[in-house]
Design a protein around this ligand. Sequence first.
Ligand SMILES: Cc1ncc(C[n+]2csc(CCOP(=O)(O)OP(=O)(O)O)c2C)c(N)n1
Ligand code: SF4
Length: 263
Amino acid sequence: MMVAETVLEEQVVYARPASLRDVPTHYCPGCTHGVAHRLVAEVLDELGIRERTIGVSPVGCAVFAYKYFNTDGCEAAHGRAPAMATGIKRVRPDMVVFTYQGDGDLAAIGTGEIIHAATRGELFTTIFINNAIYGMTGGQMAPTTLPGQYTSSSPAGRDVETAGFPIRMAEVIAGLPGAAYVARRSLHNVKEIMKAKKAIRTAFKVQLAGLGFSMVELLSACPTNWSMSPPEAMRWIEEAMVPYYPLGDFKVAEGVEALLKER
Ligand SMILES: Cc1ncc(C[n+]2csc(CCOP(=O)(O)OP(=O)(O)O)c2C)c(N)n1
Ligand code: SF4
């Protein structure tokens, strides 16, 4: 009997994007900072803008993001990434500039920075990681911590009577005149991750088209400080975070609609 010869063609189905360096990261198992990095890197690759991109890293768990992205990069003081990005983009308008910021960085110490940058319509993109906690410093309450959520600085759960309600930053930024595209997505399952990538792509396209400030908020897991296993953390995002932080596009300014249709 003749044996049919099968020629298997080598097909690459998964590879490291050129916009990520081939180095180990320091993130905990199950942390979705790594997923967010990968999505940004894939978008930079696909848009062909890696060699003219400058990332501004935050203070927080993503403090070493400039070592992980294979782009030019720099490190801002806590919360000050939008000011640094403003300066870089104004001096080098030919470059693509993004900030990568956690919720302690963007929604606490850096609230003023992001609000004024968005209001001015600065032409950079912000990737905002909302993990409902201060990760790097040991899981303290953040402005995004949910009502009743246990943290190392709210051991009885966030009491809204004394600590106030969590801030929905995407909705706040969407209300500012200079913001052209503002979206919230989540990283808790594959379907939502794919949607997050599309939003990140739109945000960078908005910058490339010079339409205004763009921001994508990503609901992200911190299993370490939530004291959960990675699967439990994914479920907690879906069941606890998404109801308080609805997913969607919150600002689609004039001119952005056409970009949404492209994706
Ligand atoms: C001016 C200043 N204040 C406070 C700190 C301490 N600090 C470092 S990281 C951090 C919180 C980071 O939390 P977040 O931005 O949510 O990022 P995550 O670590 O969760 O990714 C704080 C308060 C600092 N480094 N500099
Ligand atoms: S402490 Fe939380 S946010 Fe920081 S790397 Fe670990 S899991 Fe990620």
